[in-house]
Ligand binder design. Structure first.
Ligand code: PMP
Length: 427
């Protein structure tokens, strides 16, 4: 029995499913999850000391690679001054200045502790500001596990086949209207039906929780126009895409200006951090300047701020996103070529440092319905065979993959060579 197997057996007695977040349990692919002992650069090392090239990157935050010295040193230095004060610090001002500089649509920002808190708070703010209750989200998009957002959600909610979780009152869910990603007519139909009731649209600007689906060129600008026409706010959820697709996020890449932005993952450099922010007039409606309540004992935590600040400063260096995108393109092309050699139908979507693999005969994959037509069984076999070859991909056909700046051409060539061996067995 491997150490991971032993640990998983113990964990299942003590923690539901043996994990503190569902997808980690390999529910999407079957088998025993690896217990990770340490990580460095592009590599993960499990409890049995096997090494893996990692394309999960802690589900997004580790864009610089694991155990990056700038972040590690910032955390150690901050820890020598105390772990939490529950009072304002200079670092929070520095962090707010940096984030609002990098994401110009954010006049003001508030820090929270997770992506879930960021989206939940942004939606409360949008509702409070507009005096409306309803919101629009898209099928297959995931915005954290707040009640009103667990409706036709992606990520683990998709993997587990529980788009509507028990425990979410129907009275909450009824305010959530679900439209089709990349389909503006479905959004117009929702607005036409409820012209004065919709507070906001929340959207993943590149969907990363139903695998990886980029927006069609007209989609995000179209959402902006519909929000303006019907007096709703546009919330762009950049928890995954922020500082990953481009330095200014997907909103910079696709040139669309939201009213509010949600951030998470990379903004904490690996520490638990989220943030939301946007137009000054809207943000001023938050307590204590305004009536919309939102708070957090550990929000703006000094260690988390130090980690995030160090991470963002590294990302500010020129050429970083060209490198990240170049590496991702190289991986995507390598995998496509290898699949073609073996007659395996494969679609690869990629933007900036994120990518998605789809085993499908289709030419393109543009919405949730397309994703559901992919060959999940083939993905499961592919996943396990790649793992045997030392490549750690997201353990679900419904999750995006993440490149880091610590990956190099050799890592990518090794990954493609592994995939070539695996494709030969998949036919
Ligand atoms: N929004 C998006 C787009 C996400 O991808 C996620 C998490 N994967 C969340 C929100 C929730 O973030 P967290 O898991 O930190 O609560």
């Amino acid at each position: 029995m491997s150490k991971s197997e032993k640990l998983f057996a113990q964990a299942q007695q003590l923690i539901p499913g043996g994990v503190n977040s569902p997808v980690r349990a390999f529910t999407g692919v079957g088998g025993v999850p690896l217990f990770i002992e340490r990580a460095n650069g592009a590599y993960l090392y499990d409890a049995d000391d096997n090494a893996y090239i990692d394309y999960v990157g802690s589900w997004g935050p580790m864009v610089l690679g694991h155990n990056h010295p700038a972040i590690r040193n910032a955390v150690i230095e901050a820890a020598t001054h105390g772990l939490s004060f529950g009072a304002p610090t200079a670092m929070e001002v520095d962090m707010a200045r940096l984030v609002t500089e990098l994401v110009p649509s954010m006049d003001m920002v508030r820090m929270v502790n997770s992506g879930t808190e960021a989206t939940m708070s942004a939606i409360r703010l949008a509702r409070g500001f507009t005096g409306r209750d309803k919101l629009i989200k898209f099928e297959g998009c995931y915005h954290g596990h707040a009640d009103h957002l667990l409706v036709k959600a992606g990520s683990g909610a998709l993997t587990l086949g529980q788009p509507n979780s028990p425990g979410v009152p129907a009275d909450f869910a009824k305010h959530t209207l679900t439209c089709t990603y990349n389909d503006l007519s479905s959004v117009r139909a929702a607005f036409t039906q409820h012209p004065h009731e919709i507070a906001c649209i929340i959207v993943e600007p590149v969907a990363g929780n139903m695998n990886c689906i980029p927006p069609e060129p007209a989609f995000l600008p179209g959402l902006r126009r519909l929000c303006d026409e019907f007096g709703a706010l546009l919330i762009i959820d950049e928890v995954m895409t922020g500082f990953r697709v481009a330095l200014g996020g997907a909103q910079e890449w696709y040139d669309v200006t939201p009213d509010l932005t949600c951030l998470g993952k990379i903004i904490g450099g690996g520490m638990p951090v989220g943030a939301f922010g946007g137009r000054r007039d809207i943000m001023m409606a938050l307590a204590p300047t305004g009536p919309v309540y939102q708070a957090g004992t550990l929000s703006g935590n000094p260690i988390a701020m130090a980690a995030g600040y160090a991470c963002l400063n590294e990302l500010k260096q020129t050429g970083v996103y060209e490198t990240l995108t170049g590496l991702t393109n190289q991986l995507a092309q390598g995998l496509l070529d290898a699949a073609k050699e073996h007659g395996i139908p494969l679609v690869v979507n990629n933007v900036g440092g994120m990518f998605g693999l789809f085993f499908t005969e289709a030419e393109r994959v543009t919405c949730y319905a397309d994703v559901t037509r992919c060959d999940v069984e083939r993905f499961k076999r592919f996943f396990h065979l790649m793992l045997e070859q030392g490549v750690y991909l997201a353990p679900s056909a419904f999750e995006a993959g993440f490149m880091s700046l610590a990956h190099n051409e050799q890592d990518i060539n090794d990954t493609v060579a592994a995939a070539r061996r695996v494709f030969a067995k998949l036919t």
